[in-house]
Write a protein that binds this ligand. Sequence first.
Ligand code: SGN
Ligand code: CA
Length: 523
Amino acid sequence: MTSKKLTMLSGIACCIPAGLLLTTEKAAAQQQDKPLNILYIMSDDHAYQMISAYDQRHIQTPNIDRIGNEGVKFTNSFVANSISGPSRACLFTGKHSHKNGFTDNSQRFDGEQQTFPKLLQKQGYETAVVGKWHLSSDPTGFDYWNILIGQGEYYQPTFIENGVKGVRDGYATEVTTDIALDWLDTQRNPEKPFCLILHHKAPHRSWMPATSDLGMYDDVTFELPANFYDSYDNRIAAAQQEMSIINDMDLVYDLKMADKENEIRTGSKELEQAGRSMYQNHTRMTPDEKAAWDAYYDPIIADFKAKKLSGKALAEWKYQRYMRDYASVIHSLDENIGRVLDYLEANNLLDNTLIVYTSDQGFYMGEHGWFDKRFMYEESFRTPLLMRYPGSQTKEIPQLVQNIDYAPTFLELAGVEIPADIQGESLLPLLKDETPADWRNSLYYHFYEYPAEHAVKRHYGVRNDRYKLIHFYNDIDVWELYDLETDPSEMNNLYNQPDYAIIQQKMHQELDRLQDYYEVEER
Ligand code: SGN
Ligand code: CA
């Protein structure tokens, strides 16, 4: 209970019978002594461009926005390594990838190492993780876990509940929410503070909406990003990726054009087959879901085939389909986050719980012509971050924050001493309107997953509030420098431009300093 509420209580003391007052005061004191609960909600690949608290152009997300409206919006929130498993390893350890050992999605997380859920458990918290896990080894540090296998499935997803596998009926976003609410309501020990990690699969590729949401954005024409037709001049690594909507987004697998006549060829046998099996055979859908799916997509497929689109018309048709599917997936996500907030409110848990909403990284919604993430460019380096912290007066936090900061934040909140080897910084002072004068002024980033799907080269770099320096390496050796003030879309690589020589040198120095600070051995 906040101190404001305690004052209110003592203010009405004269009207309350003595016995009841004692009980109320005792309850209030107990509540005040009890550390805040933690509800950490993270979705998978949720672009901030698709959250109305961040961007009003495309869709409305009133429930997600509510967390920020009643709390704070971080306007400069970033990840350390823009891909799922590594992002989750940074979250749980508070350390960069080279320290927690989980550098790319092919790894297995060493669950023996120190994580914040384990330290919270020691402090008396009850801990649970529900939904996407993606760290390969079994969860450690959780009293309850109920996780998807790998990427999980949108329909009738298989979960592993404390080691036991089972298929759950329903749509992933709803089922994941049901499991989380059931744990909150009936399974946890209400005497203990809780830490619930609620990880959605949505809106990960291949962006399959709930059947109830199919078509809900069909009347909307989404604005094409100004750099949709980027030609990647002077940016060799950007030119070599395989995440282009035009070239790599599969008509069948990604955009569901699994025609019954089997006439559509996409250029990728593997993706086409995977798509046909998923949408034509409907391997995981119930007969009702299958019927609703076909009733929606069959006419779109027929129309698409009749139009015989090519060139820019085809590219923009693909973009609109992508945006519509993705937006419809977000609709369910937003509604289900609303269900969780309503539950907390109805059960008097809103004002003693820190609520976090974020994504495992950002995502491209057509910027540079792309989908997916991985790059240190803004759309995927950034990630949305909204927090509802009871008692906070701040509305927006502009400081540079990163996903290695969650672990120390939760530990400080719980009254646990932050171990010296944790690399992140607690965000608690920022939430309490007490920004330290020496808050970090630059961020370190490192992406390792190459050679791999989407062919984004390995790279590391540094970003401060204005400039970004990136080094692409491995089978390439290319530097990039951006002035984010004059070129926020990162179209103009300034590396080795004489006018920027001093800035370039300073950014190199800053990169060296950060690599020393974070003890990066491999450079
Ligand atoms: C899958 C997707 C990729 C995606 C990775 C990583 N392909 O492999 O498009 O980049 O996951 O995503 S798919 O054909 O399986 O859909 S992450 O968010 O889990 O890291
Ligand atoms: Ca992801």
